[in-house]
Structure formats: C-alpha cells, structure tokens
Design a protein. Structure first.
Length: 129
C-alpha cells in the first residue's frame, strides 16, 4: 500500500507494544522469527521467517499448543516456565534448537507484558539480521 510505513525493527529493538499492534504483513517484514501465543499457549502469530526457518507452515502451527505440539524442545524451565512464573518479561537468552533439525544455536527473546494477553517468542538464528 502506498504511503504505508514499513515495519522495520531488529531483534533487539522491537518493542512489545509494536508486536501487539502490527498486522501479519508487518510481522512478515521482520528479519527474525516471531511466534505469538495466548495464555493457554495456543499459537496466534507465526511470521514468514519462522515458518521458513522451522519448515512448518502457519496452518500447521496456528492454534496449536506452542510448548507441547510446536516446540517441545522449549518446554523447560529456561523458556516455557519463565512465561508461567513471571508477570513481565523482556529477556534474551542463548539457546540451541534441536527438534526436527540438527542442533541450531539461536538467540531467543521472551516477551510478556500485563498490557496484553499475547506473549511473544522471538527467534534470531545465525545469519538473521
């Protein structure tokens, strides 16, 4: 759309409120993976980078339980339990993805705020901008 601003943010600079407000096209413009999910861990947002990198289509992921069906390798105290235990989160941690792939080092950014029920898991793989 002409005149529509481009949604450009880096893994480190994107704000929680921006992720909540942006549409699917804006999420797909980001150069890192974005998974949004509700309080019951049902996936509500799944951008193009994450779909391509993980090899899973949005139709296969949306509505599924993030930590039981989509990414059980993150169902642990370092990732899933943090969303359960903390009221507010904005933390980056090094991680290694292992499900359906050879071990892949990534940076994860865990985002949760009392301003929205949606939570976000950002995935920055080596080579992402």
């Amino acid at each position: 759309m002409v005149g529509q601003p481009t949604f450009k943010h880096t893994f480190d600079s994107v704000l929680f409120d921006d992720l909540v407000a942006v549409d699917k096209r804006g999420l797909d413009e980001l150069e890192f993976g974005v998974i949004g999910f509700d309080p019951a861990y049902g996936v509500t947002h799944y951008n193009a980078v994450e779909s391509s990198s993980a090899g899973l289509s949005p139709t296969r992921v949306l509505g599924r339980h993030l930590f039981e069906e989509v990414a059980p390798c993150m169902n642990n105290f370092m990732v899933a339990q943090r969303f359960e235990d903390e009221a507010e989160l904005d933390e980056v941690l090094p991680y290694v993805l292992t499900l359906r792939m050879r071990p892949t080092p990534v940076q994860l950014r865990l985002l949760k705020s009392g301003r929205s029920e949606t939570r976000f898991l950002l995935v920055h793989r080596q080579g992402d901008k």
